[in-house]
Design a protein around this ligand. Structure first.
Ligand SMILES: *[C@@H]1O[C@H](CO)[C@@H](O)[C@H](O)[C@H]1NC(C)=O
Ligand SMILES: *[C@@H]1O[C@H](CO)[C@@H](O)[C@H](O)[C@H]1NC(C)=O
Ligand SMILES: *[C@@H]1O[C@H](CO)[C@@H](O)[C@H](O)[C@H]1NC(C)=O
Ligand SMILES: *[C@@H]1O[C@H](CO)[C@@H](O)[C@H](O)[C@H]1NC(C)=O
Ligand SMILES: *[C@@H]1O[C@H](CO)[C@@H](O)[C@H](O)[C@H]1NC(C)=O
Ligand SMILES: *[C@@H]1O[C@H](CO)[C@@H](O)[C@H](O)[C@H]1NC(C)=O
Ligand SMILES: *[C@@H]1O[C@H](CO)[C@@H](O)[C@H](O)[C@H]1NC(C)=O
Ligand SMILES: *[C@@H]1O[C@H](CO)[C@@H](O)[C@H](O)[C@H]1NC(C)=O
Ligand SMILES: *[C@@H]1O[C@H](CO)[C@@H](O)[C@H](O)[C@H]1NC(C)=O
Ligand SMILES: *[C@@H]1O[C@H](CO)[C@@H](O)[C@H](O)[C@H]1NC(C)=O
Ligand SMILES: *[C@@H]1O[C@H](CO)[C@@H](O)[C@H](O)[C@H]1NC(C)=O
Length: 317
């Protein structure tokens, strides 16, 4: 009996020693300090540094009533070094009225995969320093950002989604972005971008979604969009680009949504779309189209929304 008791005690103490040695996984002090710097730049005042940033305590993770509208979410991966070390992998701060600027200090979170600062009042430029991070998603939608897209962002080979819509960004798109090997979403709507779409964009064959409306681009819709065969959504509304819509667009058989409007330029025939058998929404408004709407459009049985203005005549049946 005594023997059993002793064995039990020594087992308990052995167990305690092991848990003490391994401990709970910790976020390195350098990342905690980085978060403090980042908070200062963003103008974020309510992260509670008395608790572990990876703890999911309510100042670090809070969900809004609508699950689409997550307000804040700092996520760590705590599987590093056999579960002893955490690293911050995602920061989401949506609709928080943040008044500051984008923090170059983000680079000190060297495992960061996602930054989402949707709908704040952030101003200033996009820090080129971010190019050293293994980012997959960058979302800066709905802020007051100015300046150009830094060409260094093209070095982020992991990048799948770059969302910069509804800001005051300007200048030409850097040709270097054509080197992004994994990019799937490039959303640039409602900025003040200028110039032509760079030739190098012909190489963006991984694109699934491309939106560039409400900008000041020049030149024509390029023929090379035919190479974006994975594309499902293409929005070119009031982009500044000129027509005609290239007939090469017919190669985009995976499109579910096609919205083009306000093209300047000469009159053009209705583009061949009959191979787009997955199309649900087709909007071609003020594109200077003349002639008949092709009857074979009727073969697209998935089509739910069709808006075509300024077509000269409808086919007689
Ligand atoms: C921060 O967290 C600590 C520990 O849970 C708590 O005592 C304190 O009230 C919190 N501070 C704020 C401002 O919520
Ligand atoms: C926070 O984000 C992570 C990964 O980005 C996700 O897995 C998790 O469900 C999110 N948590 C909440 C509460 O939204
Ligand atoms: C966390 O990091 C480990 C080590 O790099 C990796 O194997 C694992 O897939 C990551 N977990 C998640 C959910 O990303
Ligand atoms: C993780 O644990 C294994 C087996 O215990 C060990 O061989 C390895 O060195 C450990 N790795 C790290 C990064 O601590
Ligand atoms: C990136 O965003 C997509 C779409 O919102 C999401 O499914 C994915 O989990 C995100 N990736 C990371 C690493 O946060
Ligand atoms: C867009 O850029 C042009 C020329 O650089 C400038 O005159 C105009 O004010 C800008 N518009 C906005 C909305 O920023
Ligand atoms: C385009 O530029 C003109 C003047 O250069 C400016 O008035 C206009 O607001 C710009 N449009 C957009 C969408 O930025
Ligand atoms: C596309 O990428 C290939 C290989 O990197 C390169 O040789 C080619 O010049 C690029 N095309 C364009 C139009 O930039
Ligand atoms: C784009 O498609 C055209 C025609 O199919 C082809 O000749 C060209 O090499 C392609 N370019 C890239 C960069 O894939
Ligand atoms: C449509 O997308 C699928 C999956 O991304 C791809 O395999 C296929 O080649 C695409 N269709 C066309 C016509 O290129
Ligand atoms: C497009 O045409 C309209 C009407 O003719 C004109 O007001 C506008 O300035 C033109 N825009 C460009 C970018 O040429």
């Amino acid at each position: 009996m005594l023997f059993h008791h002793l064995l039990f005690l020594s087992l308990v103490s052995a167990f305690c020693l092991i848990t003490l040695a391994s401990g709970a996984p910790v976020l390195p002090e350098s990342e905690v300090e980085a978060l403090k710097e980042i908070a200062k730049r963003l103008g974020k005042r309510d992260w509670n540094f008395s608790v572990d940033p990876c703890s999911k305590e309510e100042s670090w993770v809070a969900v809004a009533a609508n699950p689409e509208d997550i307000l804040k979410n700092v996520t760590c991966n705590c599987s590093f070094s056999n579960g002893t070390v955490c690293h911050v992998v995602s920061i989401i701060l949506k609709s928080e009225s943040l008044p500051g600027t984008l923090p170059p200090e983000l680079t000190r979170l060297s495992f960061l995969q996602q930054i989402d600062l949707t709908r704040n009042y952030l101003s200033g430029g996009i820090p080129p320093e971010w190019s050293s991070l293994p980012l997959i998603n960058i979302t800066l939608l709905g802020n007051r950002l100015t300046g150009t897209i830094p060409k260094d962002l093209a070095k982020i080979t992991t990048l799948k989604s770059l969302v910069l819509e509804f800001n005051q960004l300007s200048g030409d798109l850097p040709p270097e972005l054509g080197n992004l090997p994994s990019i799937e979403r490039l959303l640039l709507t409602s900025n003040n971008f200028t110039g032509e779409l760079p030739e190098t964009f012909a190489n963006l064959t991984t694109l699934k979604e491309f939106r560039i409306g409400d900008n000041n681009f020049t030149g024509q819709i390029p023929n090379f969009i035919q190479n974006w065969t994975d594309l499902t959504k293409l929005f070119i509304q009031g982009s500044g680009l000129e027509g005609p819509i290239p007939s090469a667009i017919s190669a985009l058989e995976n499109l579910t949504e096609l919205r083009i409007s306000d093209l300047n330029g000469s009159d053009a025939r209705f583009p061949p779309l009959s191979k787009m058998t997955k199309l649900k929404t087709l909007i071609l408004r003020s594109c200077n189209l003349i002639g008949d709407i092709p009857l074979d459009l009727g073969k697209i049985t998935t089509l739910k929304t069709l808006l075509v203005y300024s077509v000269f005549s409808f086919p007689s049946v």
